[in-house]
Ligand binder design. Structure first.
Ligand code: CP
Length: 306
């Protein structure tokens, strides 16, 4: 079996295998027969990731036990590591965890005592979001059939985005041409290794994919929140009608959601023909099925799109 903590720890072959498998499951392929017991622990709020992992587990025929961090013994001071060891002791094979702490899994991986379940990272702070990244890749691949040479721009709150961090590295690895836009104070130089920071309208008409990021009001400072103007942000960095019309006819718009309507994307463009936002959510179930199958797979067996 495997942990899945960071999509960038996987080889391109494994990632492409997971994309093919997600699309095969979407077309109706039978899930692999192995059935495991999983616990979903969400220490940060979530609609899409939580409910689509649950849906993926149901579709795979896995047993799912409900653990609510807010009513668990962690409120009495039990550590995440001891919670995970407890779940393993009572028979949980896989734990899907979302946590506000970056790399929450480090202590569990260093632990040499009682084992923990195999771990799936459902989003760690501003670190990584591997299942979101896979569903984004599935949606791009479904449209274009490849990544090589695609012009992809990631726009917005790059500083706080685990989605941007996960996607930048893997899209670069798969051969896409990446550029970044948004407020300069939310740009980090560590993105330079994957692509250039440009003005949003620079070569806009050449883009194949425009990926917008949510402004993460819960992670920015009080002063930044006080000075934030919805209308100014939308005009400067959002998907306006003018920008929508200037995109190529087969270009696609992505956003991990939840969307701040009229901030990152004009309200009536969220469901516009070039927007794949709800298709991303649909693909998320199949991507998470493919991830869980891979996590449950014997490490000696190659993943395939069977
Ligand atoms: N995209 C995403 O992670 O959404 P949730 O926070 O609702 O899970």
């Amino acid at each position: 079996m495997h942990n899945l903590l960071n999509i960038n720890s996987l080889s391109s072959d494994i990632v492409l295998g997971l994309i093919q498998r997600s699309l095969a499951l979407k077309r109706g392929a039978q899930p692999h027969a192995k059935s495991l017991t999983v616990a979903n622990l969400f220490f940060e709020n979530s609609t899409r990731t939580h409910s689509s992992f649950q849906m993926a587990e149901l579709k795979l025929g896995w047993q799912n036990i409900f653990v609510n961090p807010q009513t668990s013994s962690m409120t009495k001071g039990e550590s995440l590591l001891d919670t995970l060891k407890t779940l393993k002791a009572i028979g949980v094979d896989v734990a899907v965890v979302r946590h506000s702490q970056n790399a929450w899994y480090t202590t569990a991986l260093q632990n040499s005592g009682q084992p923990t379940p195999y771990l799936v990272n459902a989003g760690d702070g501003s670190g990584q979001h591997p299942s979101q990244s896979l569903l984004d890749l599935v949606t791009i691949y479904e449209q274009f059939g490849h990544f090589d040479g695609l012009n992809i721009r990631i726009v917005g709150d790059l500083a706080h985005s685990r989605v941007a961090r996960s996607n930048a590295e893997i899209l670069n690895q798969l051969g896409a041409n990446l550029t970044f836009s948004g407020p300069e104070y939310w740009y980090h130089d560590d993105f330079n290794q994957y692509g250039q920071f440009v003005a949003i309208d620079d070569m806009w008409e050449s883009l194949d994919v425009a990926m917008f990021l949510r402004v993460q009001h819960e992670r920015i400072t009080q002063v930044e929140n006080q000075n934030f103007s919805t209308a100014q942000y939308h005009q400067a960095y959002g998907l306006t009608h003018q920008r929508y019309d200037a995109l190529k006819s087969d270009a696609i718009i992505l956003h991990p959601a939840p969307v701040n309507r009229d901030v990152e994307i004009a309200d009536d463009l969220v469901e516009a023909p070039k927007s794949k936002i709800f298709e991303q959510m649909k693909n998320g179930v199949f991507a998470r099925m493919a991830i869980l199958e891979w996590v449950g797979q014997d490490s000696r067996v190659d993943h395939s799109a069977r």
